[in-house]
Design a protein around this ligand. Sequence first.
Ligand SMILES: Cc1cc2nc3c(=O)[nH]c(=O)nc-3n(C[C@H](O)[C@H](O)[C@H](O)COP(=O)(O)OP(=O)(O)OC[C@H]3O[C@@H](n4cnc5c(N)ncnc54)[C@H](O)[C@@H]3O)c2cc1C
Length: 551
Amino acid sequence: MIHKKTDAETHEVFNQPSPLEGYNAYTSDNTLQHYVNIFGGGWGKEILRDYGHLTGNELQQAGFDANRCKPEFQSHDRFGHRIDLVKYHPAYHQLMKAAIEARHHSLPWIDERAGAHVVRAGIEYLHTQADPGSGCPLTMTFASVPVISQEAEIAKTWLPRITANQYDPSNIPFYEKPGLTIGMAMTEKQGGSDVRANTTYAYPLDTPGPGKEYELVGHKWFCSAPMCDAFLVLANTDKGLTCFLLPRWKPDGSKNAMHIQRIKNKMGNVSNASSEVEYKGAFSWMIGEEGRGIGTILKMVALTRFDCMVGSSAIMRQATAQAIHHTGERQAFGRNLHEQPLMQNVLADLALESEAALAISMRLAYTLDMRDEYEKSLFRIGAAIGKYWICKRAAQLTYEAMESIGGVAVVEDNVLARLYRESPINAIWEGSGNIQCLDVSRVMRKQPTVIDVFILELEKAAGHIAQFDSTLNKLKDELMKDLEMEHLLRRLVEKMALLWQASTLIQYSEPTIADAFVSSRLSGDCGHMYGTLPITNFREIITRSKLKLEK
Ligand SMILES: Cc1cc2nc3c(=O)[nH]c(=O)nc-3n(C[C@H](O)[C@H](O)[C@H](O)COP(=O)(O)OP(=O)(O)OC[C@H]3O[C@@H](n4cnc5c(N)ncnc54)[C@H](O)[C@@H]3O)c2cc1C
């Protein structure tokens, strides 16, 4: 006889997977550990284990909180004094503090061991899975160091505090703080990619030249993390675009004339405030050679582009982990989703994409640790190729992961909704897709040795998979011809990216992974959607990617 339910018991909840929370995001991730070890970061396992615990536990919750409450801007205090204050949810500060204590922003600058960039990339990879937004000031602070190092006197005051493992969010002058964060402001209304269109102007206060004091008049259309203690800014002098360090408070303790106009109401990257600012005679120091500002700030941009690769790889990792976890505990039509071939194909495809992104990101972190001419050349071209490819692939992957989870993934309580809105950001800032392709073309024309290095890197994987060898030979034949045709640059960079991912997987991953990647990405025998792999050994690929959660 059917038991009649009372009003209070409408139904029993079943077939709902457990949430993926309360785990160690490092020790559960064998793929991440593999690439950290292979590229010389094995000594950082305790650092990563500890940070993996935080990012899989309290920082995961902090990520939700910091994104639920948007940063608020307060231009004046209640008595009418200009304060230019951005108020964040306490969880944002919690994320910043934890990351800075783990040295997300500084590890390779204070630890000379080979592998420090790889370990730091691991920290970024873990942090991004909890909250990509706070990664913005962290990466800018990290990447500012090679630029500020160019001015010895300024570096003496600033660098020890920039690299310190202390987070101090208070709105007070830089010389009173034990730890400092740094932002970057290049983009103006009339042009972001084309910074030569900048109209902000810098006037010397006394003797002109590098390290000297200037006053800036103008605006910036995007200035993220405006509570940073100083910003690397591009402004014109009579000699052209030049780089300046603009502190939020002046050295005499008064407020600098950098006025925040408003905070942008963004669709993603919500925990991080992005502002519009005006410089009304803002105090700053010239950094690097006058008129060579683009070259100077590019030292920073090269690193933030690299961080975009790592960050988007992390977004893909979190989305893939969520999809595999959820489907593993969900039944449909009487069978677990992991048993259903069509879903297996999707999950294996996501896992492949996620590993391929991590593989080239870590390979590039290794180039930063090595710094010989070969590795420098590989970084020069690899950062542009990787930034273009990985950041674009992230948006498609997060959507597909969301669909694997189904309707609940669209609900804001699920991290997928946030990852999806975050996923296009890395592709747009720090040089959008076309700009990366033009950069690949520019570097290949200006430094042809970079082409030799890139081909050598691909050739290291030759002789194992026939499809890879033939695609590589085709690229070698067509490379210079394709380079001439600007309208085909995306096609060229895509081929280079896929071959580089394939080569890295052939060298450093399992044959199953490399074979599946080559057969799907290089053969032309695969559809446009995820879940169209022309293979059947899905289970092995999914098992490799599945987080190994402690019972
Ligand atoms: C969340 C967020 C935070 C940001 N924070 C900062 C910050 O802190 N500091 C900062 O300086 N900037 C910041 N930016 C700005 C960002 O760097 C710019 O938006 C970006 O560089 C693109 O510039 P733009 O918006 O002016 O677009 P445009 O330069 O107008 O470009 C529009 C499109 O045209 C393409 N394009 C441009 N030139 C060419 C060409 N020659 N051939 C083919 N296509 C081309 C671009 O690839 C792009 O797709 C931020 C942006 C976002 C979204």
